[in-house]
Ligand binder design. Structure first.
Ligand code: SAM
Length: 311
């Protein structure tokens, strides 16, 4: 609107100026018309130019406003993503968990590689870790066999460990035997098949020993049927990895009361899963009942182990 008013005012001034020039200088009609047309053209050009400049400035202002708005929206979205995300990417807790897990896995791989280079494996093995012993514990047990050369190895709970013991006995040329007690027939047969496949069923045997109720002092619990183990003596390495603690917090307690008299001085007892409170409690009872015969060492393995020396 302001632009149109300015153009009209300029036009009026121009016409007035032309009329004054004509009256004062008595110029011809043609010159007067020419001056009039030129003046109007000039005013129109001026008006169009001013209007374009104004439009450009307006567009620039609008663009600036839109950009500001977009920047503000982006910032708000980024802020809300940061506050509503459940776990920010650089959370130190996640970092330390990942680091710990990588470290744990590396230790198990290292132990497994070391174990496989010691015992001679010619056929497929079942997975370790989880229900079976972890590689770090299997390595420790095979190392005990290497250093102490036990003639009789007994374990509560059969599986991969039974095979590793038998392969270790063969590898170190020990003229001895391995006996595993197993309360589940299917696992007993699976382990027997594993021993046959690896050609060590002449070194290790799995005895099916269903659980039966026993009472030792105030502890009443189910343990391996006596007829499966009554004849065993001179056990130099005793590995306690069953029955499962899920059955009772005292599941593994009877092993020492029933076997200590069958273990000579210098023998070793190894208890798996010693990180668990149940197993720690069981060892406290064993120690309290046999303070002069048992020396307990905690081994910081993945699942924890108690290494107990018998004197
Ligand atoms: C801790 S496992 C013994 C593992 C064995 N000493 C080893 O290291 O391979 C104790 C008992 O759990 C049972 N068991 C083994 N694997 C199992 C599985 N995947 N699910 C349920 N019970 C299992 C068997 O009866 C076994 O005697």
């Amino acid at each position: 609107m302001r632009m149109r008013g300015l153009a009209a005012l300029s036009g009026a001034i121009w016409i007035a100026a032309v009329v004054i020039v004509v009256v004062v200088s008595s110029a011809s009609t043609a010159i007067v018309l020419l001056l009039g047309v030129l003046g109007l053209l000039l005013i129109a050009t001026l008006a169009i130019s001013l209007s374009s400049v104004r439009q450009g400035a307006g567009m620039e202002r609008n663009l600036g406003r839109r950009m500001n708005k977009l920047a503000k929206q982006g910032k708000q979205q980024a802020q809300s993503a940061a506050t509503s995300a459940p776990v920010p990417a650089n959370d130190p807790k996640i970092d330390s968990l990942v680091r710990r897990e990588v470290d744990r896995s590396f230790k198990q791989l290292e132990a497994l590689q070391n174990l496989y280079s010691i015992i001679d494996i010619r056929h497929a093995l079942p997975a370790s870790r989880g229900w079976p012993a972890s590689p770090d514990l299997l390595l420790m047990l095979v190392d005990l066999i290497d250093r102490h050369r036990p003639k009789v190895v007994v374990e509560c709970g059969s599986g991969l460990s039974t095979l590793c013991f038998a392969l270790a006995m063969r590898r170190f040329g020990i003229d001895g035997r391995v006996i595993a007690l197993e309360h589940l027939e299917t696992y007993a047969e699976e382990t027997r098949e594993l021993l046959r496949r690896h050609g060590v069923d002449d070194i290790a045997e799995v005895r099916y020993a269903p659980l039966e109720p026993v009472r030792i002092g105030e502890v009443a619990v189910d343990w391996y049927a006596g007829e499966a183990w009554q004849d065993i003596t001179d056990v130099e390495l005793f590995f306690v990895d069953g029955p499962p603690s899920a059955l009772s917090p005292h599941s593994r307690y009877p092993s020492v009361p029933f076997f200590l008299d069958r273990l000579p001085s210098g023998a070793h007892i190894v208890l798996d899963d010693y990180r668990r409170a149940k197993e720690q409690d069981v060892v406290k009872r064993w120690q309290a009942e046999n303070p002069d015969r048992l020396t307990v060492e905690t081994v910081p393995l993945e699942k924890g182990a108690a290494l107990i020396r018998v004197s």
